[in-house]
Design a protein around this ligand. Structure first.
Ligand code: XMP
Length: 521
């Protein structure tokens, strides 16, 4: 099922020319309470028209519009009479397509650039005469198409922005979506509200109400199942579905014994008490631990856990299905997964990235994905509006295979207990120092296969090291090691070695990604 917010709201389509900015533009539009989606530049005019957008934004792109093989757009799009805003590459493409001229500049403009308004315009309403913008270009528009006027210039670029109110087409050379451009949101709002006449009515309340309605209509009186992981996505998705259909939803929590301290209880006690969700808990610890017995190879651990998870989920489903017919499965798929796996046309895409700890794609259920059109920060906001606890909403990413891949060596009760206690100390201290929002995550790793000599009291010890891996990141694809203040590191180190007798050394991982991955296994 799809959640067609644009049935009830204006839709802005961001045409993606391959820049890294399309998702950012879409999010900025949504921050104005206007719903937006991303569409690849290859979409035809018919495909675009079939989505009935109220405005189009052409994104930036890496190429020059005159290079051979430069990406372009179906020219029939200009005949649809939909308001268009072009940004950077999108701006130059409009100029070229409508018979203006784009040429190479002698001087490129990168970064902060002073920009001046050239003529009165709707696009730059409520923006001062001089302001700073963020640029990244070598080509420039040197002649505007007919019926366009120049509305802003910089020292190097005479045509830094243009406007045609009769065609309802606009363009800017700079990137209004990045925070370094002053008045970026004012400009986007001017385009969407003043020029294109859109309504700003896509709010969190409307998102929740409409998602609940849609689930109700899709499910009817059928039964639904959902696997809870303890993470924010499945918790928010399940809460929406529960609000829609109550006890026709059964959630399953597979306790594999590899979660961090307090996380299983957070799901089985706190979350249930708060939402009144119907929950089946499957205690699968013994199975997971006996299968992992003696295994130290990371890939083998992941495979075993993945396979065990599926087996446990099937077992839980069978038990539930014994007295009810289940037709739907809830998944917490998010919009970036949809965009990255092909642009959002299919409704049956299952997360492929790091699918360990997820479900196979041949399950016989129809999918319900209430978050598939939302970004992570939107899901978090909705989770807060639904009244879910901040501990769940702002939980750092945690891998499906859990603590098993944070033990270098064998996964057993003893080692899990050590890494779990160390992890708890780190979370407590980082939390107290308000570091949670500043870092992406901090895996805590036990080197169970390594021992080193130490001295505690008067006696020699031969214990294990614990590694701290605090990182900052935007999306986990790349990461930097986080510069945690020394006094906090010192406190963590002292507490770990004092409170966990098996550990006599604490190590800080200062590798970026690449070359290191975030997790150690
Ligand atoms: P790496 O170690 O590849 O991690 O740099 C990138 C991000 O993904 C998380 N991660 C996983 N998440 N199942 C998951 O759901 C997994 O198997 C898995 N392995 C790594 C990791 O915590 C980091 O945020």
């Amino acid at each position: 099922m799809d959640f067609d917010f644009h049935k009830k709201h204006d839709l802005v389509l961001v045409v993606d020319f391959g820049a890294q900015y399309a998702q950012l533009i879409a999010r900025r539009v949504r921050e104005l309470n206007i719903y937006s989606e991303i569409i690849p530049y290859k979409a035809t005019a018919e495909e675009i028209q079939s989505k009935n957008p109220s405005a189009l934004i052409f994104s930036g792109g890496p190429a020059s519009v005159y290079e051979s093989g430069a990406v372009s757009i179906d020219p029939k799009i200009y005949d649809l009479k939909i308001p268009i805003l072009g940004i950077c590459y999108g701006f130059q493409l409009i100029a070229k397509d409508l018979n203006g001229v784009v040429s190479k500049n002698d001087v490129a403009e990168y970064g902060k650039t002073y920009t001046s308004k050239a003529d009165s315009s709707t696009l730059l309403k409520d923006i001062p005469d001089n302001f700073s913008t963020w640029m990244s270009h070598r080509d420039s528009v040197t002649k505007v198409p007919d019926r366009f006027s120049v509305i802003a210039s910089t020292e190097e670029t005479k045509v830094a922005a243009f406007e045609s109110s009769s065609l309802n087409i606009y363009g800017v050379q700079w990137h209004p979506e990045v925070i370094h451009s002053e008045y970026g949101q004012t400009l986007l709002k001017n385009f969407l509200v003043e020029c294109a006449n859109l309504k700003q009515d896509w709010t969190n309340n409307s998102i929740i109400d409409e998602a609940i309605d849609e689930v109700r209509q899709t499910v009817g009186d059928k039964k639904v199942i959902c696997a809870l992981s303890g993470g924010v996505d499945s918790a928010v998705a399940a809460t929406i579905v529960q609000r829609a259909i109550g006890d026709s939803l059964t959630c399953v929590f597979i306790d594999h014994g590899l979660l961090r301290a307090g996380e299983a209880e957070q799901v089985t006690n706190d979350f249930v008490a708060l939402t009144h969700i119907k929950l089946e808990v499957l205690d699968a610890k013994k199975n997971f631990f006996s299968q992992l017995n003696g295994i130290t190879d990371p890939e083998q651990k992941r495979k075993i856990i993945g396979a065990q998870f599926i087996r446990a989920f099937e077992e839980a489903t069978k038990q539930i299905a014994a007295d009810q017919d289940i037709e739907f499965l809830v998944q917490g798929t998010l919009y970036p997964d949809v965009v990255e796996s092909g642009g959002g046309s299919g409704t049956d895409v299952i997360k492929s990235h790091h699918n360990v700890g997820g479900l196979p794609d041949d399950l016989k259920f129809k999918l319900i994905e209430p978050l598939r059109n939302l970004f992570k920060d939107e899901v978090r906001q909705i989770g807060l509006d639904l009244g879910l606890p901040r501990d769940i909403i702002f939980r750092h990413p945690f891998p499906g295979p859990g603590l098993a891949i944070r033990i270098i060596g064998e996964v057993n009760d003893h080692n899990i207990d050590i890494v779990r206690r160390a992890d708890l100390i780190v979370r407590q201290e980082f939390g107290q120092a308000n570091l949670d929002a500043e870092i992406w995550q901090c895996p805590v790793v036990l080197l169970a296969d390594v021992r080193s000599v130490g001295v505690q009291g008067d006696s020699r010890t031969y214990g294990h090291p614990i590694v701290l891996r605090p990182v900052t990141s935007q999306d986990a694809m790349t990461a930097d090691w986080a510069k945690i203040p020394y006094d906090i590191l010192e406190k963590v180190s002292t507490r770990i070695t004092n409170e966990i007798p098996e550990v006599n050394r604490v190590i800080l991982d200062i590798t970026s990604k690449p070359p290191g991955s975030i997790e150690w296994e």
